[in-house]
Design a protein around this ligand. Structure first.
Ligand SMILES: [Zn+2]
Length: 293
């Protein structure tokens, strides 16, 4: 009887250890990057074989600093297709497809039909989320009504396919919350590149969405953002670079890269007065839970 107990305990311990090593320890996930934009090409141009080689090197460099999984995010039909092709060629890369609010032109509904087609083969295309979508009332000119309509369409598609949604917001926090509240308890996802105040953060957490934190937390002027983030539980945070945009402070003026995720984690650990390994472990578990990767 004693031996039997020992055996059961050993098997259980082994299973827990396996889970521990497989899930979330000693690895980061860059939950929002645009690998397709890290090569020298015009926007909405299809990647060529040389581009894929450059992107592979970028992915390899990230892996060397424990950024072992990446989600590359589409912003238009062509860039979504590029993202799918990058994911298909690299085993540790997944993708999201969607129309960025700044890419929603007059014919956005035609484009949206193409996005829907891509999702039909979501497994084969390694699509783990829909986006990025959202609202951007900063870049001129913009059509508020069209952006809101497109955002709602993306949200409804994400609910239909039970995929998380990746949301961009700029100068449109109030309108975004108004839309999201209509889908309370139905959506899951992340508001990426968090830069707003505590009230906005609380409203997002109430909707059970995550906040994506990037290298803007390293910028000297962002004291109030750091104070806000100090009050957000790590369990609600995902790490992201948004490469090639918004590099860490000491690399400003250069291209941002997925390999800079540890810099963001270190800064977040400093803000939250905790260890970098705790940030690494919890944010990775959060991402695995949300994107099922
Ligand atoms: Zn982005």
């Amino acid at each position: 009887m004693k031996v039997c107990y020992k055996k059961i305990i050993n098997v259980l311990l082994y299973k827990i250890m396996l889970r521990f090593f497989k899930k979330g320890t000693y690895m980061y996930i860059d939950t929002h990057c645009h690998l397709n934009m890290l090569v020298d090409k015009q926007p909405n141009q299809i990647l060529n074989p040389n581009d894929f080689l450059i992107i592979k090197q970028i992915i390899d460099s990230a892996r060397k600093v424990d950024v072992k999984q990446l989600i590359t995010i589409g912003t238009s039909t062509d860039e979504s297709l590029n993202s799918i092709n990058i994911a298909k060629k690299n085993h540790n890369v997944f993708c999201a497809v969607g129309l960025h609010p700044c890419d929603c032109g007059i014919n956005w509904q035609k484009d949206f039909e193409k996005i829907k087609q891509m999702i039909q083969n979501k497994k084969e295309n390694k699509i783990v989320a829909i986006g990025e979508t959202g609202l951007d009332f900063f870049h001129m000119p913009f059509d508020k009504g069209r952006q809101i309509y497109a955002l709602r369409s993306h949200i409804e598609l994400s609910i239909e396919h039970q995929l998380p949604i990746i949301i961009h917001v700029r100068d449109a926090a109030k309108d975004l919350l108004r839309v999201l509240k209509d889908y309370k308890n139905k959506i899951k996802g992340v508001v990426h590149c968090f830069s707003q105040d505590l009230n906005f953060a609380k409203a997002i957490l109430e909707l059970k969405l995550f906040l994506g934190i990037g290298a803007i937390i390293t910028y000297p002027k962002n004291d109030s953002l750091r104070t806000t983030i100090n009050q957000i539980p790590i369990e609600n945070i995902l790490l992201e670079t948004d490469s090639p945009f918004l590099p860490p402070q000491n690399l400003r003026g250069k291209q941002n890269l997925p390999e800079y995720i540890p810099i963001i984690a270190e800064k977040l650990a400093e803000i939250k007065n905790t260890s970098t390994s705790k940030i690494e472990k919890i944010t990775t578990l959060n991402a695995q839970k949300l994107f099922k990767i």
